[in-house]
Design a protein around this ligand. Structure first.
Ligand code: HGY
Ligand code: MN
Ligand code: MN
Length: 407
């Protein structure tokens, strides 16, 4: 059976990881930052070296196209994202894009022509860390977000997506084009595969998510003379909300998750009772009804905390998507590929969102997971084994060929 070149995949990933490399061995390629631009430039150069025709669309999504024998057939795409968390890892997103590139390189080496064209894709702003919403580029491509509206979104420094995109030179002109199928390889970013000594995760779908930007307004006051019972302490309110989000994440069924990952305190001075806090809430669940129940609980607790702390709490929903399911016959081809190569495999649900979530709304879609060390991700120490990354890429190759057909 045709296989990919494991060494080349590993070295390509390590070369890419040099762009935006951090001290502790991770990467920092925030969306549309200069590091992201350099990562994009490197990917485009590798695409061209592999003979791909490169197109960029209006939100900066990059498409590297390999012609098939049937020019009218809809392309089969393989992709993920090159942007990272502020202190992210070498493999989150990068693995899926480089796996697509490696599949093209392996087909070039073997002189194999596919019937349908292939496309290797890098989506803009999957992470949603610098700009919300998350899954921004794939969301615009899938028609979930309007490009004009998204271009006006701003980061915490007030820089818009439009400005940042223009600064990187990746505000493309390519018109949207249909894809016949979409595959994505990704590290699991959780502990299941490693703990069960399984090589391949056959991903059934992903948790639904609701993200909120929360603004808490109290009153700056002096830490000494201000009596405890009259304070309007925004940080006290925020602290109670953090505890409630954790209680909601642990108290609900169906893979419930509750996280506060971002907080800004003003004026952030040791002897001033804080009058203002900006924070985020990230709720997830495998069932949409349970996700709604978690959200109602959150809103109820916000009202209670406002009263108890004499503050005003405004929660604005910035991301919502229901739990998603991937396409059964493509998921089956991932399972078959695992069997064909003799890899251990198991069905699973993704706790993280991926661009495949929005792609599944407009094209047959499937994902392949591989283990990561200790299940750790969104962390500079993120690590994966070359043989597992190669196994996932071999399964992807098999599933892509099954879908695209060979000439
Ligand atoms: O947060 C997520 O689910 C993804 O890693 N952006
Ligand atoms: Mn990712
Ligand atoms: Mn991520």
């Amino acid at each position: 059976m045709l296989k990919i070149n494991s060494e080349r995949l590993w070295h390509t990933l390590m070369d890419l990881a040099k762009i935006g490399a951090t001290e502790k061995g991770g990467v920092r390629r925030l969306t549309l930052s200069d590091e992201d631009r350099r990562g994009r430039d490197q990917f485009v150069a590798w695409c061209r070296q592999a003979g791909l025709a490169v197109e960029v669309d209006g939100i900066g999504n990059i498409f590297g196209r390999r012609a098939g024998t049937d020019a009218d057939a809809l392309p089969v795409a393989v992709g993920s994202h090159l942007d990272s968390q502020p202190s992210g890892g070498k493999f989150d997103g990068a693995y899926g894009v480089m796996a697509g590139l490696e599949i093209v390189r392996a087909l070039n080496d073997a002189g194999v022509k596919t019937r349908a064209p292939l496309e290797v894709v890098s989506w803009t702003n999957e992470e949603g860390s610098r700009f919300v919403p998350t899954l921004m580029g794939s969301g615009v491509y899938a028609g979930v977000f309007s490009l004009d509206k998204i271009l006006e979104e701003k980061d915490v420094d007030g820089i818009s997506v439009r400005e940042a995109l223009n600064q990187t030179g990746y505000a493309g002109k390519a018109k949207p084009h249909k894809l016949g199928a979409y595959f994505e390889a990704h590290i699991e970013q959780g502990p299941v595969l490693e703990q069960t000594k399984t090589t391949i995760g056959v991903v059934q779908g992903a948790l639904g998510q609701r993200w909120f930007d929360v603004a808490i307004t109290g009153q700056d006051s002096h830490a000494g003379p201000t009596p405890m019972e009259t304070r309007k302490d925004a940080l006290l309110a925020a602290s109670r909300l953090v505890l409630e989000v954790n209680r909601i994440g642990t108290g609900f069924p169906d893979y419930a998750r509750g996280t506060v990952g971002f907080m800004q305190v003003k004026p952030n001075s040791r002897n001033v009772v804080p009058g203002e806090v900006q924070m985020t809430v990230d709720l997830r669940n495998a069932k949409d009804g349970t996700l709604s129940a978690m959200t109602s609980e959150l809103k109820k607790k916000i009202l209670e905390i406002e009263k108890e702390t004499r503050t005003a709490i405004a929660a604005r929903e910035v991301v919502y998507f229901p739990p998603s399911e991937f396409t059964p016959d493509l998921v089956a081809s991932v399972r078959e590929g695992s069997k064909a190569f003799g890899y251990t495999h198991r069905d699973m649900v993704s706790g993280a969102a991926h661009d495949a979530v929005y792609m599944a709304r407009i094209a047959p879609t499937a994902m392949v997971f591989v283990p990561c060390e200790g299940g750790i991700s969104h962390n500079e120490i993120e690590n994966a084994r070359a043989e597992d990354l190669a196994a996932g890429c071999n399964v992807l190759l098999h599933a892509v060929l099954a879908r695209a057909g060979t000439a």
